[in-house]
Design a protein around this ligand. Structure first.
Ligand code: G1P
Ligand code: ZN
Length: 543
């Protein structure tokens, strides 16, 4: 075994996006492409002597190969110990949990989240810091700077490690420990939630379907929901992680989890439906004929936090990404706690959680989580809902309707225009920025614009400023139109249009969402000329 120094040249475009570096598998398969990015991570980390890292991924195509490469590079950079999930598997929340529990210096997560997998799909890599959360921008920018200036990388020529057997081996001076990917995470969940109450709920005949979408959450859900909580075998479906996610698009929303939605809409619907994404950090909560909007789910979890033992003392605050609906703000106000509005991406929650300013966080993109780790957490959200259902004895629908009756309903939807021409999308955003100053005070039908801006965020803890985070057009009644470009897409540009309308009157809570939002959809088109500029008549996905 020797450490080699291999000559390389920089690849363009290795700047981490909303959630790490995401590219087509074929791009990652170019010789040196993965190695360069990993070298840039290690150069950013500096001296790794004595340090422990965590490594794992969502099991998608190229996961195992990437893990072997990263192990050999970690050894070449003097890492003391690396904890790797058996089979190369660790969900994103499990990486966060393991980093924190074992006091690791950081971790490397291999995932492109909900993006499709397989040889023609996507792959991704991101670095998480010692608090278990995604690296903040100053680190991702330092990694990017290194990728532009590389001339070599270091790697051991050791043979592959057996990833399928729990146990310890060595590469150079580095200890490699293959760990059970579920154990630490399951133990943490057992401390946060009332497992006895949930067991009693299942014992009473309560029925559920959890759709693992052939991605990483399956083994976690099976071990916890069927194994520890006693749900009947078969409650968790599509539970085996597959390299191509069985052809599924592993994004838990009504469009991509259509099978689950059909079941929940039909005559044989179980009491509760749930799904998670490629790397296990997203969740969808479904009642009979009702997919709960993620923004509502955050608000409902916040309003009921104290039912779960881990949150009995109450919550310190709530944080939501800017495009997420303002439903949680109303709960925060009622509880007398702060509500923070951050840019899109989980990394912005880390400082708030570390500083004890927020306990719960959420994004409209099916992401919910808390200060138990520093990533959003799909199975956690599902367990929270199970705890709530068990404690209240109510159905999902009852809980949601009672929440709206108390706080009002924030009708909410996101329209995605995927893989549009990047230049056209940029031009549309620029044209929006150019008219921001003229929008305030303008009347559009029943709506009057109160404020229009390009969202900028100053982190209350480290005072770092993130600008150009999305165009907000806020109406005097609190309704909003938000437009931004995706930072995770891998093809052209994806325009996201977010729409929100508040309705206090419970007699008007039964409208179809798109119908309730129709006037705002028209205004968005009028202001942005989205259709004409992108050449698209319809959004690619509506959630
Ligand atoms: C999307 C979501 C965002 C989420 C991110 C990673 O990012 O919108 O909320 O944090 O995926 O899961 P976007 O593509 O919009 O930049
Ligand atoms: Zn994800």
């Amino acid at each position: 075994m020797t450490i080699q120094t291999i000559a390389t040249t920089p690849f363009a475009g290795q700047r981490p996006g909303t959630s790490g570096l995401r590219k087509k598998v074929t791009e990652f398969q170019q010789p040196g492409y993965l190695e360069n990015f990993v070298e840039a991570i290690f150069l950013t980390l500096g001296d790794c002597a004595g340090r422990t890292l965590v490594l794992g991924g969502d099991g998608r195509y190229f996961n195992r190969q990437a893990i072997q490469t990263i192990l050999r590079m970690a050894a070449a950079h003097g890492v003391a110990k690396i904890l790797v999930g058996r089979g190369g598997i660790l969900s994103t929340p499990a990486v966060s949990c393991v980093i924190r529990k074992h006091g690791a210096f950081g971790g490397i997560v291999l995932s492109a989240s909900h993006n499709p997998g397989g040889p023609d799909g996507d792959f991704g890599i991101k670095y998480n810091i010692g608090n278990g959360g995604p690296a903040p921008e100053k680190i991702t920018e330092a990694i990017f700077a290194h990728t532009k200036a590389l001339s070599s990388y270091r790697i051991s020529d050791a043979g592959p490690v057996d990833l399928d057997a729990i146990g310890t081996s060595r590469i150079e001076d580095m200890q490699v420990e293959v760990i059970d990917p579920v154990a630490d995470y399951a133990e943490l969940m057992g401390r946060l939630f009332d497992f006895d109450a949930i067991r009693a709920l299942f014992a009473s005949g309560f029925t559920m379907r959890f759709d693992g979408m052939s991605a990483v959450s399956g083994p976690y859900a099976k071990a916890i929901i069927e194994g520890m909580l006693g749900a009947p075998a078969g409650t968790v479906v599509n539970a085996e992680p597959r390299e191509d996610f069985g052809g599924h698009h592993p994004d838990p929303n009504p469009v991509n989890a259509a099978e689950l939605i059909a079941l929940m809409d039909g005559p044989d619907a179980p009491d509760f439906g749930a799904a998670s994404d490629g790397d296990g950090d997203r969740n969808m909560i479904v009642g009979r004929k009702l997919a709960v909007s993620p923004s509502d789910s955050l608000a409902i979890i916040a309003a009921n936090a104290t039912v779960a033992p881990g949150y009995r003392a109450g919550i310190k605050g709530i944080a939501r990404s800017m495009p997420t609906s303002q439903a949680a703000d109303r709960v925060a106000a009622a509880l007398g706690v702060s509500c923070f509005e951050t840019p899109t991406g989980w990394k912005y929650f880390g400082n708030l959680l570390d500083a004890g300013l927020a306990t719960l966080c959420g994004e409209e993109s099916y992401g919910t989580g808390s200060d138990h780790i520093r990533e959003k957490d799909g199975v956690w959200a599902v367990l929270f809902w199970l705890n709530l259902l068990a404690a209240s004895g109510k159905s999902v629908n009852q809980i949601v309707e009672e929440h709206w009756a108390r706080f009002g309903r924030n009708y909410y939807s996101r329209h995605d225009y995927e893989a549009v021409d990047a230049g056209a999308a940029e031009a549309m955003m620029q044209a929006l920025r150019d008219q921001l100053d003229t929008l305030a005070g303008r009347q559009f039908g029943d709506f009057r614009v109160q404020q229009a801006d390009d969202f900028a965020y100053t982190d209350p803890v480290d005072k770092s400023v993130s600008s150009r985070q999305g165009i907000r057009i806020v109406m005097t009644d609190g309704s909003r139109i938000v437009l931004r470009l995706s930072g995770t897409g891998t093809e052209g540009a994806t325009v996201r249009l977010y729409l929100e309308r508040y309705e206090a009157d419970a007699s008007r809570h039964g409208l179809a969402t798109q119908e309730a939002l129709a006037p705002l959809i028209d205004i968005a088109e009028q202001v942005s000329q989205l259709k004409q500029r992108t050449g698209r008549e319809q959004p690619s996905v509506v959630t």
